[in-house]
Design a protein around this ligand. Structure first.
Ligand SMILES: [Fe+2]
Ligand SMILES: [Fe+2]
Length: 279
């Protein structure tokens, strides 16, 4: 399948006229139609779609990698343009979630879950398909569903919690899922935040598709927010896998992005606002 991926929302801007924000969204064009993976935080998706000439009204499916607000915040803006559209997500996407951060020496709680009620999004045109399964959403296009956490070194972000009936618990973000697309050059894998662990995700896709070679892995890796040992082991594992291009974005963080550039050289690229990957 021929395809073109354009990063519409991301922390950094790499093309004139684009707008950055903390978040992620990728516009995916294939011979079977256009789809949207995540919607950013809501500030930049419409502006960037106009700047880079990617018409959000042509999207016939939306995939949500997980419920965090920096991936779901743009949903109302997209729905107001598109109206009726199927939105694929995990059932936990509507969970209330918080991040407990230390800012200037003070513990700060921030709400990080989806800002909108399901019913509100439905009135704007969303038709939710909620599933935990690995699903072929289009011919040759796979949504991973819930990813089994198998590696010993990929751990959840300790700052993230879910809150149910006033009870705070560590948030494993079981809703984290990624999109894999078959191309002539190998699989292309798009990550949201990779909260399940980039290596767990790659292994899950290999197991479910029976395919081993990845032309590209791109998106948020979350490696910048986790322990240094996890980064080292993830790099070592990535080197053993058949991945031709690694295009990191968003929650990878600048220091880890630089490190990955050192490690992967020509195979590395930064996926900024306006980056295009054509296969
Ligand atoms: Fe994120
Ligand atoms: Fe996230």
């Amino acid at each position: 399948m021929k395809m073109r991926i354009t990063i519409l929302c991301e922390n950094l801007v790499g093309r004139l006229g684009g707008m950055g924000e903390h978040g992620f969204s990728a516009f995916v064009e294939t011979s079977r139609g256009n789809t949207l993976f995540d919607t950013g935080g809501g500030q930049s998706i419409v502006a960037n779609s106009l700047t880079f000439n990617r018409d959000l009204r042509t999207v016939d499916k939306i995939f949500l990698s997980h419920g965090h607000c920096d991936h779901t915040g743009g949903l109302p803006a997209v729905l107001k343009l598109k109206r009726k559209v199927t939105v694929h997500a995990h059932p936990h996407v509507f969970s209330d979630r918080i991040a407990v951060l230390e800012e200037n020496g003070i513990e700060t709680k921030r709400f990080t879950g989806i800002f909108y009620k399901k019913t509100y999004l439905e009135t704007l045109g969303a038709h939710f398909v909620l599933s935990t399964d690995f699903v072929e959403v289009e011919n040759g296009m796979f949504l991973t569903g819930e990813v089994p956490r198998k590696t010993s070194f990929e751990k959840p972000d300790p700052r993230l919690f879910s809150e149910m009936d006033g009870k705070k618990e560590p948030d494993l973000i079981l809703d984290d899922q990624s999109l894999a697309i078959e191309t002539e050059k190998g699989l292309v894998l798009i990550l949201g935040c990779a909260h399940s662990g980039i290596i767990n995700i790659i292994h899950h896709v290999m197991e479910k598709t029976g395919k081993q070679n990845f032309y590209a892995v791109l998106g948020g890796t979350h490696l910048g927010f986790l322990a240094p040992e996890q980064l080292e082991k993830s790099i070592a594992s990535l080197k053993r896998l058949d991945v031709k291009k690694i295009g990191v974005s968003h929650c990878t963080g600048m220091l880890v992005a630089c490190r990955l550039h050192q490690e992967f050289g020509d195979r590395y690229f930064y996926g900024h606002v306006g980056s295009v990957l054509e296969v």
